[in-house]
Design a protein around this ligand. Structure first.
Ligand code: C2E
Ligand code: MG
Ligand code: MG
Ligand code: MG
Length: 278
């Protein structure tokens, strides 16, 4: 495409490429500093069981506001961390924090299951299972209180290998969810073989629910598939009452989304759950 542009535009094109590379390098350097300085934050988005109003778990989501770069979004900095070998130490930190928080909630009489996102790079790291096992043991945490999330597309990129890795992780007793489900072209044959416990319907399928003329056949198909395979389903990105009603009426097991709460600091989750218990 650059070829078809005139000379001047070609220069502009490559300058912006250079800018992008420089920006990524800067994000990488700042991210490394933030990790070392303890400036990364984990927030937690409640997951609510259906039917009813019980918060049964949370998803841990990274938050980072850099003094120079401002607020940074995981969708932007996680890929940079991946390509810069920072994702492994960041991921270790996330698992450590998530376990600590799960212990704190358990000890406070609210045993919430904490979901942890794993990126492809972390997931393929041979040392991951050992690291998780050691962390769980060190904290004396029931493995069932941790749910590892791996995206469907990453799982299906190499289903045989994914199966082996997931079996090891599942063997630790942790729950395993396929994230962004519906976008990753699962082979049903492989899906049946994978030792996963939940499917997380991608928010792209939830968004149109309740809009006039919207297609809900895919969401219904995912719910039926999950039920056939004996898997639970959690819907992500639930923003409206209409979406929630549809999911409940069609047998979805749980949801998360802004309708209930955004990802918030742990203390806010605690306060929320305590308020609901009263
Ligand atoms: P994800 O795992 O699919 O997380 C769900 C995303 O949807 C989160 O975006 C969450 O804030 C957002 N969300 C939740 N409810 C709603 C809603 O009602 N409406 C809309 N529009 N969005 C909603 P976030 O926090 O920006 O994270 C984006 C992605 O970054 C995550 O997608 C996950 O893939 C990745 N990520 C976040 N934290 C971590 C982490 O600790 N480790 C790794 N490896 N990846 C992470
Ligand atoms: Mg997730
Ligand atoms: Mg997701
Ligand atoms: Mg995702």
């Amino acid at each position: 495409r650059a070829k078809s542009l005139g000379r001047g535009q070609c220069a502009v094109y490559s300058a912006s490429m250079a800018q992008q590379i420089a920006h990524r390098a800067r994000v990488r350097d700042r991210l490394k500093l933030a990790l070392d300085a303890g400036e990364l934050q984990l927030c937690y988005q409640p997951q609510i069981r259906l039917p009813g109003q019980t918060v049964t778990g949370v998803e841990a989501l990274l938050r980072w506001t850099d003094a120079e770069l401002g607020e940074q979004h995981p969708a932007d900095f996680i890929p940079i961390a991946e390509s810069a070998d920072l994702i492994v130490p960041i991921g270790e930190w996330v698992i450590e924090m998530a376990c600590r928080q799960a212990v704190a909630w358990r000890d406070a009489g609210m045993p919430l299951r904490v979901g942890v996102n794993l990126s492809a790079r972390q997931f393929r790291n041979e040392a991951l299972a050992d690291q998780i096992r050691t962390t769980l043991e060190r904290h004396g945490l029931d493995p069932a209180l941790i749910e590892l999330e791996i995206t469907e597309s990453e799982a299906m990129a190499d289903p045989k290998r994914t199966g082996q890795l997931l079996k090891r992780l599942r063997g630790l007793g942790v729950a395993i969810a396929l994230d962004d489900f519906g976008t990753g072209h699962s082979s049903l044959a492989y899906l049946r073989e994978l030792p996963v416990t939940r499917l997380k319907i991608d928010k792209a399928f939830i968004r149109p629910i309740g809009e006039p003329g919207s297609e809900t056949v895919l969401v219904k198909a995912i719910l039926a598939l999950a039920s056939t395979l004996g898997l639970e389903v959690v819907a992500e990105g639930v923003e409206t009452r209409a979406q929630l009603d549809f999911l409940r009426d069609n047998g979805c097991n749980a949801y998360q989304g802004w309708l209930f709460a955004k990802a918030v600091p742990a203390e806010r989750v605690t306060a929320l759950v305590q308020a609901m218990q009263r």
